[in-house]
Ligand binder design. Structure first.
Ligand code: ATP
Ligand code: MG
Length: 326
């Protein structure tokens, strides 16, 4: 079974990316053939500074490693190193309809966020994502809840292609863990935590300093009332409790029991402690990783990914009726 997932080098990686995606990758890498990409083609669908984009791509690779992704077990590579991603996206684009793409929630949200740059790439983002996944004959796509719609779209596109041209692609499925699949913004618990959020107070960055973490948690919005409980009508505290629960490996019940006589200030202090206990060793490992080591891992990853991508693309071109090159 093959697993594929990716993260955009579009900003600072946050605790939502870790809990919703990377944490699950750590379990999967021991059981399946995993491919984890750094999706720079996707990142440029919103405006990026070229130098920062380059720097963030390397940073994400280092975070994968510091978090425990093992390059001996998995393939780590940069999306733009494999030409087949954009090549397959073009072909799949001819099967994707405008009305399907218009329904995509992420497109609607990002168009709203970047009103002056609603570009074609942003619109066809799910088609490129489908190409990423289908190129590697992926069965499992471990992602956060926000990506569910895109993975369903990918599966539909694969079925459509198979029906028209004959069995070519494996139909992928999203793997979304119930707990922590949608970590919300600290400044707005009704919207998901996001790398490209306007305010840094929205997210807990995996590379934030302890001072920043302290400040962000202390400024995190809370709900009315004083109870520290997992209650759907208290979205802010529900979210903070979820982060606490997952990072402390406890059940909801245990956490509620622990904080039943606490106030928000006490709870936030404990949450800060648990977040820092998680981040400090990760950051320590991160800062020890040398650029050269990462370049070698990315080169090796690209070589391995290339082999799989080429095979799929060859099949696709035959199926759609392209003359093979002489
Ligand atoms: P951007 O705002 O640039 O889209 P992002 O924070 O949404 O950034 P992505 O690179 O788009 O991050 O997503 C990487 C992975 O992290 C995906 O699997 C996505 O579903 C997951 N993810 C993103 N945000 C959250 C979140 N708030 N909670 C849980 N998982 C998340
Ligand atoms: Mg996103």
């Amino acid at each position: 079974m093959r697993v594929f997932s990716a993260i955009l080098p579009s900003g600072n990686l946050h605790i939502g990316n870790y809990i919703g995606a990377i944490k699950n990758w750590l379990e999967l890498q021991n059981q399946y053939q995993c491919i984890f990409s750094i999706a720079n083609y996707h990142a440029i669908t919103v405006k990026q500074d070229p130098e920062i984009l380059r720097q963030k791509s390397l940073e994400i690779a280092k975070i994968y490693l510091a978090a425990g992704i093992d390059p001996k077990k998995v393939i780590i590579f940069i999306q733009s190193h494999i030409n087949e991603h954009t090549e397959l996206a073009w072909i799949l684009g001819t099967l994707a309809t405008i009305s399907e793409l218009k329904r995509m929630t992420q497109f609607k949200e990002k168009s709203e966020q970047h009103k002056k740059n609603v570009n074609l790439g942003l619109f066809s983002y799910p088609v490129l994502q489908a190409a990423d996944i289908l190129l590697y004959q992926t069965e499992i796509v471990p992602v956060g809840e926000d990506q569910k719609q895109h993975i369903e779209f990918t599966a539909d596109l694969a079925k459509k292609f198979n029906k028209l041209f004959g069995e070519t692609f494996i139909i992928p499925k999203a793997l979304i863990k119930e707990e922590g699949c949608r970590i919300m913004g600290l400044d707005n618990p009704l919207k998901k935590m996001s790398k490209s959020a306007k305010s840094p107070l929205n997210y807990l960055g995996l590379l934030d300093t302890s001072e920043e973490i302290r400040k962000k948690i202390s400024k995190a919005v809370t709900d009315s009332g004083a109870e520290i409980k997992f209650s759907k009508d208290k979205p802010a505290i529900f979210n903070l409790l979820t982060i606490y629960q997952i990072l402390s490996f406890q059940s909801k019940k245990e956490v509620e029991e622990k904080f039943k006589n606490s106030n928000y200030a006490d709870f936030k202090k404990e949450l800060t402690k648990i977040v820092l206990e998680f981040l400090e060793p990760l950051q320590e490992r991160f800062y020890k990783i040398k650029d050269k080591e990462v370049y070698e891992i990315l080169q090796d990853g690209a070589n391995k990914a290339q082999g799989i991508a080429r095979e799929t693309m060859k099949k696709v071109k035959e199926r759609v009726g392209f003359l093979t090159s002489l």
